[in-house]
Ligand binder design. Structure first.
Ligand SMILES: [Zn+2]
Length: 96
């Protein structure tokens, strides 16, 4: 929403799903592509999860999987989301 930069914004932790005040969350950029900042929403993790994430050797993958996971999501859809995330440029519809 426009003009909602006041600090009361609530963000959802991608790791545990908790809603936390943005000021209490950590911005998490899974790709490090800062130039894409205008074109995407940064993800957020709460401080507790950030602490856990920070010593994951494969930075990004865990949170990516958590982020795209959803209840009742089929394997096909999960993979589709995953591929969409890891390669934003090649959006291919599964042709089955
Ligand atoms: Zn969390």
């Amino acid at each position: 929403m426009l003009g909602s930069d006041g600090g009361d914004t609530t963000v959802v932790c991608i790791a545990c799903g908790e809603s936390v005040p943005r000021s209490a969350a950590r911005e998490y950029d899974k790709t490090g592509d800062r130039w894409e900042r205008h074109d995407k929403e940064f993800e957020h993790v709460c401080k507790d999860c950030f602490r856990e994430l920070s010593h994951q050797p494969r930075s990004g993958l865990e949170s990516l999987l958590v982020d795209i996971e959803d209840d009742g999501l089929s394997e096909t859809e999960f993979l589709s989301r995953y591929l969409d995330r890891v390669d934003d440029e090649a959006v291919e519809e599964p042709d089955s």
